[in-house]
Design a protein around this ligand. Structure first.
Ligand SMILES: Cc1ncc(COP(=O)(O)O)c(C=O)c1O
Length: 440
């Protein structure tokens, strides 16, 4: 019997769904629904789960902190978990000096945009008002975040209301424009940035995801691409703003992705995995140079006008503290680097499937691009939502999958074991094969 629901679900054509599978419990990488069906959480519950579900240490951190202080404001007050988390975040983030808390990634990016724009006002540079971005970047669903991360399919309806940005291309090895080698195209993209930076001194900040674009199609940047952009930003006095919400904290195989990319930003945002996927919290960190520009006499009005009700929530901060300790104690980054090799063992088998055009993988992230014609690289585009087709077939196979357009996303909990990952990849292959008659 159809169960009535009063809830409107995210990114969902509600008419397509009669009801939604209810998750009753979860342990480790396994979700169990109300019918007793067990599924591997292939998307880490929206890319945020680190240790698996019901981790006793993280649950204990929530309980202990809840008994002491569940929430108090950060307006004129502070709390110990938020203070100690601030210290740990600064310690693990080279070049960073201060942390501003919020409760989701979109807000963390809104804050990054406001800080970047106000920085130039604070130091008396009136012309630095434009933001540079990259095609298919994704930074969240609020208006500022949509403006700097324009993905046409997601945000086209609001185009007129979004603020304009100066947009550059990111080289995607699978779709290089005609007449270019991959290296030529990278240099072409960098050259475009440099030409624009040198033409007019009006760019306040360059904003990009760190290491790879995730929601925009799993585009992993070629070596040194991000580093060279950071160098251009330094050369032309543009603030370099990185979004590590989806790609930091181990997702791409290093704790702080910008360290691996040798590109220290002026501002960086963390979210998703910050609390291990247990509570909602995000953070925007800035360098000393940026932070100091906000200092002055009260009547200079240089302070940052931004604040959320749950800013620096003590329970979220306590769990983030515990989470970071566990990364260090369990040497999680090393473990990810080892487990991630399991993906490579499956490249061949996945690429032989008739609809698989490209596989893009780094760390604990894999995107499998589906096409109707391998030579022409035509994206599959069935009449029904691909996401629903894959969700239903995945459930039968015992995996919780969410696709992004024509890309099957594998974004498992970071501490997944090698055996579990093998199982997930085998089941993903079965799922793709079973969907072929429905998607082409
Ligand atoms: C790179 C990136 N930035 C920002 C966000 C927005 O985070 P949230 O969904 O917590 O608002 C996301 C979400 O997927 C993301 O992938």
């Amino acid at each position: 019997m159809k169960k009535s629901s009063f809830v409107w679900y995210p990114n969902t054509q509600m008419k397509e769904w009669d009801s939604f599978g209810e998750i009753k419990s979860a342990k480790g990488v396994w979700l169990t629904d109300s019918k007793g069906k067990k599924m591997i959480d292939a998307v880490a519950s929206m890319w945020c789960n680190v240790w698996g579900h019901s981790n006793p240490e993280l649950v204990k951190a929530i309980i202990n902190q809840s008994k002491k202080l569940q929430h108090s404001s950060m307006f004129n007050l502070t709390n110990e978990p938020a203070e100690s988390l601030g210290e740990s975040l600064v310690k693990i983030s080279p070049g960073m000096h201060r942390v501003f808390y919020s409760d989701n990634g979109s807000s963390a990016m809104e804050i990054a945009i406001k800080i970047a724009l106000q920085y130039w006002k604070n130091i008396g540079e009136k012309n630095k008002t434009k933001i540079a971005t990259v095609e298919n970047g994704y930074h969240g669903d609020t208006f500022g975040a949509m403006s700097v991360g324009y993905v046409p399919e997601f945000f086209g309806k609001f185009r007129k209301q979004l603020f304009s940005t100066v947009q550059f291309s990111v080289p995607n090895k699978y779709r290089i424009p005609k007449g270019f080698t991959f290296l030529d195209y990278q240099n072409y993209c960098l050259d475009k940035i440099e030409k624009r930076f040198s033409k007019n001194n009006d760019i306040a900040a360059f904003i990009m995801e760190s290491g790879a674009q995730v929601a925009g199609g799993v585009i992993i940047y070629p070596k040194d691409f991000q580093k060279k952009i950071s160098q251009l930003c330094k050369k032309y006095h543009v603030l370099f703003v990185l979004d590590e919400i989806a790609t930091g904290f181990g997702r791409l195989g290093s704790m702080i992705q910008y360290e691996e990319q040798k590109s220290i930003p002026d501002i960086v945002a963390y979210g998703k995995m910050l609390t291990g996927g247990y509570l909602t919290m995000a953070a925007t960190l800035t360098s000393k140079k940026v932070y100091d520009s906000f200092l002055g006499d009260f009547n200079d009005w240089k302070h940052l006008f931004h604040g959320h009700t749950y800013t620096g929530n003590p329970i979220a901060a306590a769990i983030a503290n515990q989470n970071i300790k566990m990364y260090q104690r369990n040497k999680l980054i090393k473990k990810i680097q080892k487990t991630s090799k399991v993906f490579e063992e499956f490249y061949q088998e996945i690429s032989e499937i008739g609809v698989v055009g490209d596989i893009r993988h780094k760390g604990m992230l894999m995107g499998i691009e589906l096409v109707t014609n391998k030579d022409r690289k035509t994206p599959i585009h069935p009449k029904k939502s691909i996401n629903k087709i894959f969700f239903e077939e995945g459930r039968k196979q015992g995996i919780y999958l969410r696709t992004l357009g024509n890309i099957v996303m594998l974004v498992p909990p970071l501490a997944i074991s090698e055996n579990e990952l093998e199982l997930l990849l085998n089941r993903t292959i079965q799922t793709i094969k079973a969907t072929i008659p429905k998607i082409i």
